[in-house]
Design a protein around this ligand. Structure first.
Ligand SMILES: [Fe+2]
Length: 260
């Protein structure tokens, strides 16, 4: 089994080194969550092998699409969405335990049925696939991508909290949050993702892109702070405040149009 993983890793790495690094970090995170949830050693072994190969199917996606700096078209995204099925089909002749193939096939399925390729729901998803899905999201959001700089651990954990119980398995999310919360005392497997926050920005991320990203985040935070602050007012006061703001905007609008 180890030999199969190594051969597959080398094959993927020759074409797309990022995916190999991603799979290794995801494996560490997924196994740390699985161990904390009390999975048996056999389940952990299957989770480890599946995580190490989960994005194997990306060998069938053109590199231009995988490393495209901008937004993907619907057609490009539909190609990306084939990768779990492609990995399943590639591995089929090796007659791996069905559990491993299923974890790989299901790693983009989501609790509410919004995932792919099959749109499985709830308990139809293997627990190991639900663990792998969470680990995958955390690692991906903590990593630099050609189309965006790393979003960071805080945003990754926020994403889990926001969709806990709808997209992501609530128990898996809780365990993941607990592990990261305790990561001040190093937790095996979770530290690499945490360390990535201080890694140098790769050359394909331009300073302008970083600046835009920081500006957008700053604006989002300010708008959310302002909304939070507004909620502290009773409804009538909010109405008066909104009316006053609208009047000021209207006043300046008429002032500017009147000057022509
Ligand atoms: Fe994937």
């Amino acid at each position: 089994m180890e030999a199969i993983v190594q051969v597959m890793e080398s094959t993927i790495g020759a074409r797309d080194p990022y995916t190999v690094g991603h799979q290794r970090r995801v494996t560490q995170i997924a196994c740390a969550i699985g161990a904390e949830m009390g999975l048996s050693s056999e389940q952990l072994r299957e989770l480890r092998v599946a995580s190490s190969l989960h994005d194997l199917g990306k060998v069938a996606v053109p590199l231009d699409i995988l490393s495209k700096p901008g937004k993907l078209t619907d057609l490009e995204f539909s190609l990306i969405k084939t990768h779990p099925q492609v990995a399943y089909d590639i591995l089929k002749p090796l007659k791996l335990p069905e559990q491993i193939s299923q974890i790989i096939l299901q790693h983009h399925e989501r609790l509410d049925g919004s995932g792919y390729p099959l749109g499985l729901k709830g308990k139809d998803l293997l627990l190991e696939a639900r663990i792998l899905g969470v680990a995958d999201v955390v690692e991906a959001m903590c990593s630099h991508r050609p189309y965006r700089p790393a979003l960071g651990l805080d945003q990754a954990l926020e994403e889990l909290v926001r969709h806990r119980g709808t997209i992501y398995d609530p128990e898996v999310v809780d365990v993941c949050l607990k592990l990261y919360d305790e990561a001040g005392a190093p937790v095996p497997g979770l530290v690499p993702a945490l360390d990535r926050r201080s890694q140098p920005v790769p050359s394909h991320i331009s300073p302008q892109m970083l600046h835009r990203n920081r500006e957008a985040r700053w604006t989002r935070e300010k708008v959310s702070d302002f909304r939070q602050w507004l909620r502290t007012f009773p409804f009538q006061s909010r109405f008066v405040l909104h009316s006053a703001t609208a009047s000021v905007v209207a006043f300046f609008f008429f002032l500017s149009t009147g000057s022509h």
